[in-house]
Design a protein around this ligand. Structure first.
Ligand code: MG
Length: 161
């Protein structure tokens, strides 16, 4: 059995008049994440972890932010594209783990919905997706509520040829 691990990171600014999309879930909030896409930093971090594990590039290369075809693209669609890239290289996803850094809002009530949405987009079991949320103790731009960041790791496996 071949195993590979990948790491992903993303950060988006919070802005007025945007839905807050995190891990494929619309979290009720007064502000949301800005971006050319739907701003789903969790989905982008997970996709980068998967692509990194397979040495298959990154989200920015797959979905260039200046390409109008990808305006508003949903995080779950980016996850599905990362899955296709993994599976096209004969890898399967073993598990995903995510840490979200957000001063606000409280994300605990949305944890399981995010796990289900990520698992659904990747075609894996919900118990193969971990999601944790932390604050930044009021420090830096995240602590001031100006941005939300996400860190992810992904493990992938391939049978020996
Ligand atoms: Mg992003």
């Amino acid at each position: 059995m071949n195993l590979r691990v990948g790491v992903g990171y993303d950060l988006h600014r919070l802005a007025e008049g945007r839905p807050l999309m995190l891990g494929g879930v619309a979290v009720p909030a007064e502000r949301g994440l800005a971006g050319h896409s739907d701003g789903d930093a969790v989905a982008h971090a997970v996709a980068d972890a998967l692509l990194g594990a397979a040495a298959a590039g990154d989200v920015g290369a797959m979905f260039p932010p200046d390409d109008p075809r990808y305006a508003g693209i949903a995080g779950v669609d980016i996850l599905a594209a990362a899955r296709a890239a993994i599976e096209g290289r004969r890898w399967r996803i073993v598990n995903i783990d995510v840490t979200i850094v957000a001063e606000w809002p409280k994300l605990g009530p949305h944890r399981d919905a995010m796990r289900e949405a990520i698992a659904g987009a990747l075609g894996i079991a919900v118990d193969a997706v971990g999601v944790k949320a932390k604050t930044n103790e009021g420090l830096d731009a995240i602590g001031r509520g100006e941005a939300i960041a996400a860190h992810a790791v992904a493990l992938i496996a391939r049978e020996e040829a």
